[in-house]
Design a protein around this ligand. Structure first.
Ligand code: PAP
Length: 340
């Protein structure tokens, strides 16, 4: 049984949360600063450099609209301090692969009685799914030491997960997406943040150079997918591997799979599955995000809902860029039964 509703909304006020987060983050940055200074460094998508840690690239903790999560110091701290509970279910993704959608679906499934009769008070009708399922890199770890929410999310690569996630046999759901679409989605996202910050936009060619070399926050998109894909082959009962493309093509079948894995199999014919798909659709979630001005401090709500389509990258990439990315995908995913 998942206990997502028990800790929703957070017991802390927003002010308390922000204060706790800042104090915890400052102490983490201080604790690991010497270790970080020894890591290989690279210029990044934004003005702050990336550091290579255990094969993947991360930003150093810096303050962005009073946020400093998803940093290499937080990864180190999570590895040392985070204790997963056997009941935890991790929703894992490389950024821009369908995180928001997966969070919405898993939350709606785990709290499905709320969905009945298109309940107008359902949290997903007023709240960005990111607030319904917290990232371990941010909220629960930084502000709530109990993190008593069974559904948790992460962008961490499989090999960097805190050891207790594996030793406690936690279930993991991973969603992968065609790296070309991930790249274009991420490029748009970064440029949105840069323009909101009055900084110059990042050129597509410069972003492509970094992404194709695997120099992006959370490391190489391909290596990220490979880690979870291999884990899903080795431990299929514990790691469910889904793809954004399949979820778009056949949402009913993929959502059924997800619900069964989470321990909430659907009964045929009661319309519940259709209600959940509709509630978590791009159109619905975007509509809610537009109406809800009480967004994230650092990232506006609507930044998570751009087009929500498969294959939009062809509208931006040159044929040469497509060839390079397709070649990497083919080589890296060889033998792993991943196709888009
Ligand atoms: P995150 O890692 O920053 O949380 P994530 O949610 O993984 O981002 O990815 C955002 C992408 O998912 C966007 O894709 P696009 O840029 O190609 O449009 C966003 O539009 C898309 N997205 C968000 N919600 C949904 C949804 N309900 N259905 C389909 N796609 C969605």
């Amino acid at each position: 049984m998942l206990s997502t509703v028990a800790s929703y909304p957070s017991p802390l006020t927003k002010e308390d949360e922000e204060k706790a987060r800042k104090i915890k983050m400052a102490s983490i940055i201080e604790k690991y600063k010497d270790r970080v200074s020894t890591l290989p460094k690279h210029t990044s998508w934004i003005k702050h450099p990336l550091y290579k840690y255990e094969g993947f690239w991360f930003h150093q903790g810096f303050w962005f609209h009073s946020e400093a999560s998803f940093s290499v110091e937080v990864v180190m701290a999570l590895q040392e301090e985070f204790v997963a509970q056997p009941t935890n279910v991790f929703l894992a993704t490389y950024p821009k692969s369908g995180t928001t959608w997966l969070k919405a679906l898993a939350f709606a499934i785990a709290n499905r009685t709320m969905c009945k009769g298109s309940n107008p008070t359902h949290p997903l009708l007023t709240t960005n799914p990111h607030y319904c399922v917290p990232f371990i890199e941010t909220e629960p770890f930084l502000t709530n030491p109990c993190y008593n929410n069974d559904l948790l999310a992460t962008h961490l690569p499989y090999t960097l997960l805190p050891k207790s996630v594996i030793s406690s046999n936690c279930r993991i759901v991973y969603v992968c997406r065609n790296p070309k679409d991930v790249f274009i989605s991420f490029w748009h996202f970064v440029n949105k943040l840069l323009s909101d910050d009055m900084s110059p936009e990042m050129k597509l060619e410069d972003a492509f150079e970094l992404f194709s070399k695997g120099v992006s926050p959370n490391g190489s998109c391909w290596d990220h997918v490979i880690g979870y894909r291999k884990a899903s082959i080795e431990r299929p009962d514990k790691v469910l591997f889904l793809s954004y493309e399949e979820m778009k093509k056949d949402p009913k079948s993929e959502v059924k799979k997800l619900a069964t894995f989470l321990g909430y199999p659907f009964e045929e014919g009661d319309g519940e599955i259709e209600e959940i798909i509709k509630l978590c659709s791009f159109k619905k979630l975007r509509e809610v995000s537009k109406a809800n001005k009480d967004g994230h401090k650092a990232i506006p709500n609507d930044a998570f809902f751009r087009k929500g389509e498969v294959g939009d990258s062809v509208n931006y990439l040159t044929p040469e860029m497509i060839e390079v990315l397709d070649k990497i995908t083919l080589e890296k995913f060889n033998g792993l039964d991943i196709s888009f």
